[in-house]
Design a protein around this ligand. Sequence first.
Ligand code: ACO
Length: 332
Amino acid sequence: MTYAAFRSIGAYVPEKILTNEDLSKMVDTSDEWIVQRTGIKERRIAAKDERTSDMGVEAAKLAIERSGLKLEEIDMVICATISPDYFNMPSTATIISTKLGLGNITAFDISAACTGFVYIISIAKAFIESGMKKNVLIIGAEKLSAITDYTDRGTCILFGDGAGAAIISATDNKDEAIIDVHTGSDGKYADLLMTPNGGTGSPHDSIGQEAGACFMQMKGNETFKVAVRTLTKDVKEILAENNISSDEVKHFVPHQANYRIIKAVGDALKMRDDQVVLTVEKFGNTSGASIPMAINDIYESGKLKAGELMLLDAFGGGLTWGSALIPFSPVK
Ligand code: ACO
């Protein structure tokens, strides 16, 4: 039997920092309100000429180097993003693949908003377990600042830019294997979180090319409630189905949307503070990039060791959600 192992991690954050103080000069808000309601203090903003693919490339270089693989051993690239270089083609994955010099391999994007990274883990796992691919480069990369309305205080305080990447490889050692991945969706909540314009539902010829046509819009409070309810149910199910207790999880790595959502789900699982990975304070919500950026954070600070069990959970536009139980399995 062939299994899929989570071999390595990498991330990239842009240099420029946008603080709550900065935002309070742009919209009617305050550091106190933002910290109290979200836990966010600052977020990173990509340079004007820095594209989603550029950030994805930097994160991928680290993940590849740390995996010990040669470029020619990678046989597929998947990118999760809602802020691609181009709507809708070419895919950001093909651009990243070519910039890295990976050759003519399979490369494509998926759209599952903040759940994107969990979705691409499940896709990589399926391709590997079926024997179709051996080493898959997965990337979550976002330049959300390009689709954020900086006059809307309900959304602009939340989002930031960045990228994370991982290598998922075939193994015959069951102890190294990704244990389980859950993914779900419910389109009846589509209007809670969307970029309403620019697609066939509201094409460019009907909206013109005015600035802001493709900005994100969110019904934050309703999204918050569905997020807490759905995530709590999903993470409890994945643990129960795999007969794993919260205690056995070394690192709970939630999507970094809002500290209060993370805390509510963590409390429902009886997670201790030392189990919960938090980067929301310094990076805000980077959608598909947030989970790999958080994993990279514990990796680079020396907290993530071989064999340790991670529980991921994510929730985002669609609505979509997902969770995963993954031992960190670098090549020995
Ligand atoms: N500063 C000051 N006041 C504000 C701000 C702000 N930045 N934003 C909203 N307010 C005001 C509102 O106008 C409202 O005022 P009112 O009572 O006079 O009408 C009041 O604060 C409360 O507004 P709520 O929207 O109810 O505030 P809430 O506590 O829900 O916090 C937030 C808003 C932070 C957006 C929260 O709802 C949230 O985090 N939602 C979930 C986001 C999420 O998880 N999204 C999914 C992933 S994202 C993706 O997929 C791309």
